[in-house]
Design a binder for this molecule. Structure first.
Ligand SMILES: [Zn+2]
Ligand SMILES: [Zn+2]
Length: 250
């Protein structure tokens, strides 16, 4: 499926067979997830996309051909193709491990063709290996939403209580990881559907960002109700009341 003009529908198209250059791989695509950024590209919100363009940058597929000097993977290997498709390798960002800031960077499904197709060509340095334990469709969203989410989650260190603003794909994925790790998650999202989804994933509190999170509300309520009690006891009462509220609302 190709985009010939921004703000227009994708059209099914027959395109010439792809050729690999040095260091590139030809991938037979098994799955390609859709990201909000794909919609921004199609809507013309991002400047100067390649046109005609095959969108999609969360691609999973098998290597069917290796170009000259491509030795990192074998034919038949399954790989993932993310947003970052190429960088110069010589600027200060590339040399300091921050190649995502490279001024000459190219991007899958934006300045290079992406994954809404049967085949794609990618520089092997920007592929990622994908373990066989996860299916093609389940692996594809990890290549953008999962990467963004895991980067954010890592920055929280070992914090027990996490607040998540908005509940898009990255949030949905890292919430599952954080809940599995036993963390207490507060989700701020306006959409009722997203609130339901967050609850179904086992988060501690869900609401929109106009409402203060429940820990704060219950703590204040506990202080007002039991002003004569010590701080320690008010904390205990808070925990008891908050837990009974959670039990009632689930
Ligand atoms: Zn994306
Ligand atoms: Zn660079």
């Amino acid at each position: 499926m190709a985009l010939f003009e921004t703000k227009s529908a994708l059209r099914e198209s027959e395109l010439p067979k792809l050729q690999t250059k040095s260091g590139e791989l030809l991938i037979q695509i098994r799955a390609c997830a859709v990201c909000r950024t794909d919609l921004h590209v199609i809507d013309g919100d991002l400047p100067d996309p390649k046109l005609a363009l095959i969108p999609g940058h969360q691609i999973v597929g098998h290597i069917v051909e290796r170009g000259p000097n491509a030795h990192r993977y074998d034919v038949g290997d399954r790989v993932g193709i993310p947003w970052l498709a190429w960088t110069c390798g010589s600027c200060r960002y590339c040399k300091s491990g921050q190649e995502n800031f490279c001024d000459s960077a190219q991007f899958t499904g934006y300045t290079r063709d992406g994954g809404s197709a049967e085949f794609a060509v990618i520089d092997e340095r920007f592929c990622v290996g994908t373990p066989d334990s996860c299916g093609d469709a389940e692996t594809a969203p990890l290549l953008c939403a999962g990467m963004i989410g895991s980067r954010s989650l890592m920055k929280t260190g070992d914090a027990h209580r996490l607040g998540i603003f908005g509940f898009g794909a990255a949030a949905v994925l890292i919430t599952q990881v954080a809940v599995y790790e036993g963390r207490e998650i507060y989700v701020f999202t306006r959409s009722k559907n997203n609130q339901e989804l967050a609850r179904s994933l086992g988060v501690f509190w869900v609401g929109n960002s106009e409402h203060p999170p429940m820990a704060k509300v219950w703590m204040r309520r506990s202080c007002l109700r039991h002003p004569e009690q010590s701080y320690r006891l008010r904390c205990e009462l808070f925990v008891r009341e908050a837990l009974s509220f959670v039990a009632e609302s689930t």
